[in-house]
Design a protein around this ligand. Structure first.
Ligand code: NLE
Ligand code: FE2
Length: 325
């Protein structure tokens, strides 16, 4: 028989971290981590630029007030911010035909044809979000900066992508150490319009719900090496699928050159590979295709210890927890 003391003692083994079970609960999943803050970090291209710091803080503040179901606030970007977008967009477009994967090229063509992307203006998150919803059910929500891996991955489980709304510093248009709206829109949005990539992203999210800190670390490393910096094969040549490459002129070329190491994507190994987040990667992982990466990840998922499994209900955008142990 249990003593009173035992009854009140929390059973640490059986407990798993809290996670959102409804898309509305993503309002609780916007924890920003302080990394590359332009106020304090010399590696940030906007370091010491008071005007930039204030602008970035203002847009982060706007994002932090967002609640699920609200329209995403329309930002009145300045002429200089639009110019940065134009510079990045037009330059990267010269590389896409030979370096970007087919899924990206196809989506980008649609985005331009449908007037979602143009070189002149930074697209509004709200417009892109509405467009993505029609394509794959993905939607965007604004966030105030780099989020904790747990919060960020949890939102993917609901096909929600948390996107920053501020723009990189004008002094460094072709590489940003932190996510900014150009990276989110140019790098990620066209990939989320692809059904396989959308599914793959959601599945990483579902695997992360209630996972241990150690598993979260592994899943975010897989996310990093595939969704941010992944490569794939296309007719025998390497192509970029990762958003961190597709939004950065310098690293896109570097990744596909013979300078870095290219290793086959193998979730077990990829999940524990240390990574570089303030400079170009020395190692990139190559998937046979996005679909193949997804099958490999599904096999890997079986090794994740969780006493329950999760089922996503797309009609209500809720998660049902099914006890398995
Ligand atoms: N290096 C990327 C860029 O310049 O767009 C951003 C990476 C965010 C993880
Ligand atoms: Fe990203």
């Amino acid at each position: 028989m249990l003593t009173k003391l035992e009854l009140y003692k929390p059973d640490r083994q059986a407990q798993s971290p809290w996670f959102p079970t409804s898309v509305w609960e993503l309002d609780k999943c916007g924890t920003v981590v302080t990394k590359y803050e332009p106020e304090i970090d010399i590696r940030h291209p906007g370091y010491g630029d008071a005007g930039y710091i204030a602008r970035r803080a203002h847009l982060a503040e706007v994002a932090s007030k967002f609640r699920h179901g609200d329209p995403i606030p329309i930002i009145d970007y300045t002429a200089a911010e639009h110019r940065t977008w134009k510079e990045v967009f037009t330059k990267l477009k010269t590389l896409f035909p030979t370096l970007a994967c087919m899924e990206f090229r196809r989506s980008l063509e649609n985005f331009e044809r449908d007037g979602i992307f143009s070189p002149e203006h930074i697209p509004q998150l709200e417009d892109v979000s509405r467009y993505l919803k029609r394509k794959t059910g993905f939607q965007l929500r604004p966030c105030g900066g780099l989020l904790t891996a747990r919060d960020f991955l949890a939102s993917l489980a609901f096909r929600v992508f948390q996107a920053t709304q501020y723009v990189r510093h004008t002094s460094s248009p072709h590489h940003s150490p932190e996510p900014d709206v150009i990276h989110e829109l140019l790098g990620h949005a066209p990939m989320f319009a692809d059904p396989t990539m959308a599914q793959f992203s959601q599945e990483i999210g579902l695997m992360s719900l209630g996972a241990s800190d150690e598993e979260i670390e592994k899943l975010s490393t897989v996310y990093w090496f595939i969704i941010e910096f992944g490569l794939c094969k296309e007719n025998g040549t390497l192509r970029a699928i990762g958003a961190g490459l597709l939004s950065a002129f310098g690293e896109l070329q570097h990744a596909l050159s013979d300078v870095p190491e290219h290793l086959p994507f193998e979730p077990k190994k990829t999940a524990v590979q240390p990574y570089q987040d303030d400079d170009y990667q020395p190692i990139y992982f190559v998937a046979e295709s996005i679909g193949d990466a997804m099958s490999k990840l599904r096999r890997y998922a079986k090794s994740i210890q969780r006493p329950f499994s999760v089922v996503f209900d797309p009609y209500t955008k809720t998660i049902k927890k099914v006890q398995t142990a």
